[in-house]
Design a protein around this ligand. Sequence first.
Ligand code: SAM
Length: 276
Amino acid sequence: MKGKLVVCATPIGNLGDMSQRAISTLTEAHVIACEDTRRTRKLLTHFGIQPRELLVYNDANERRQHGKLLDRIRQGATVVLVSDAGMPGLSDPGYRLVAACGEEGFEVTVVPGPNAAISALAISGLPPARFVFEGFLPRKSAERRRRIEELKDDERTLVLYEAPHRVAATLDDLAEILGPRPAAVARELTKMHEEVLRGTLEELAKSARELAPRGEIVLVIEGTRQGRAEVEPAELASRARALMDGGVDRKDALSQVARESGMPRRAVFEALLDDR
Ligand code: SAM
């Protein structure tokens, strides 16, 4: 039998998202390579899977484990790679093993499934057609700010992972450098406390400072509007009217629509006048 590597996605919180293929793939695996045996054992036990062999494959030992895993595939084993959650390789170990298997000419196949970035993008309400995934920004503020500067002129929607204790600082840096852009904070996706907060970067930074959100978080930020079609006056007027009908005073409605649309406040003002 010819060996192969299978990259297998697992749930990002809700075990109901485990696919039938993931269950049969893990059941049939000769070797399961995982980040944390305790965590993966829990998942396997939940689905009644008895692993033949579990090997740790994480950031700390991935170089050492390569030789072992490649040998097993060479000998005909099916090695299944999982991470603690979601799709291996996406802000998780995996890419180097996949590349090494490619170089050796081994078959590499995928069992697709949950991924936090794509899930957050899909429910963010921000344009999903073109996006850039940056994973975790650097932890140190100076490096983080430099990276955000590099992303400033990108028109694509930006998707980031962030730890809860750093989310307020990161949103502050994003708000300061990118300006008043629409964004979303997607938290605890697929779990009991799933929520999506939408607003400008400034508003979300303020709320993160006040509420100190917990759990797992994805940030989604609209790209720059440079070069993008302007929002039509009728649309600006209708957004402002909807706010005013809901009790927001005219001045605040103008500011909010300007901020959220990226259009000048004067354009919203004139759109309202013309719309009468
Ligand atoms: N490989 C995973 C994937 O496919 O999404 C991501 C692993 S990365 C080490 C972990 C980060 O993903 C978390 O810090 C958080 O930013 C994001 N994440 C994972 N699960 C999540 C969830 N249920 N809700 C929101 N974000 C989540």
